[in-house]
Design a protein around this ligand. Structure first.
Ligand code: TMP
Ligand code: MG
Length: 212
């Protein structure tokens, strides 16, 4: 029998829902329990493509809308060989944003159809679980001001949220919505328990391809 594989777990959600905090907490907790787990975040600003993306987000550079969309996707593809290797070695990979952010943000610009936005990411490793951290725009606003990066306005984020809801209608994906208005600790416990259940369920199943 083939060795057990790790699970691919994506965290998505609106800005300030606590994705990065929860990703770190999850990886730490899984490791404490003796699992092998690693964290990746998209965009990964450390690669050459990631640096271009970062200067676009920081408004130092303007890029045409299709171009930046394809760069975000390329930034995921450049990590695929490493992700597959880890997953097959039994390492659970937790990703802070994935292709769903890619589609939701670009399609929120208008005059982009969801289908065009999905195409560059077709065939990426398919997440075994997508945790959507849900927070109302009002509660998000109470958590403080937006930063100065591109996309950080409440009107744009509202459109992003609507695109996420469209993506969640796809029942071939394992979306789980969690209420992100809970305390960090309670949310962490809920996320950890859902993640552990998924890790158990998929360990002997083949890794799928996204949107294939
Ligand atoms: P971050 O704040 O999590 O570093 O993400 C940077 C911004 O990039 C955030 O506004 C979401 C956006 N984004 C996209 O537009 N497309 C993508 O594919 C990803 C991963 C993020
Ligand atoms: Mg940000």
């Amino acid at each position: 029998m083939a060795a057990r594989r790790g699970a691919l777990i994506a965290l998505e959600g609106v800005d300030r829902a606590g994705k990065s905090t929860q990703c770190r907490r999850l990886v730490d907790a899984l490791r404490e329990d003796g699992h092998r787990a690693e964290l990746l975040r998209f965009p990964d600003r450390t690669t050459e493509i990631g640096q271009l993306i970062s200067s676009y987000l920081g408004r130092e550079k303007n890029l045409e809308d299709h171009t930046i969309h394809l760069l975000f996707s390329a930034n995921r593809w450049e990590h695929v060989p490493m992700m597959k290797e880890k997953l097959h070695q039994g390492v659970t990979v937790v990703v802070d944003r994935y292709a769903f952010s890619g589609v939701a943000f670009t399609s929120a610009k208008g005059n982009f159809c969801l289908d065009w936005c999905k195409q560059p990411d077709v065939g990426l490793p398919k997440p075994d679980l997508i945790l959507f951290l849900e927070l109302s725009p009002e509660e998000a606003a109470e958590r403080g001001n937006f930063g100065n990066e591109r996309y950080e306005t409440s009107s744009f984020q509202e459109k992003v949220l609507q695109s996420f809801y469209c993506l969640m209608e796809d029942k071939t994906l394992n979306w789980k919505t969690v209420n992100a208005s809970k305390s960090i600790e309670d949310l962490h416990r809920e996320i950890k328990s859902i993640a552990e259940k998924t890790m158990q369920e998929v360990q002997n199943k083949p890794l799928g391809g996204l949107w294939t």
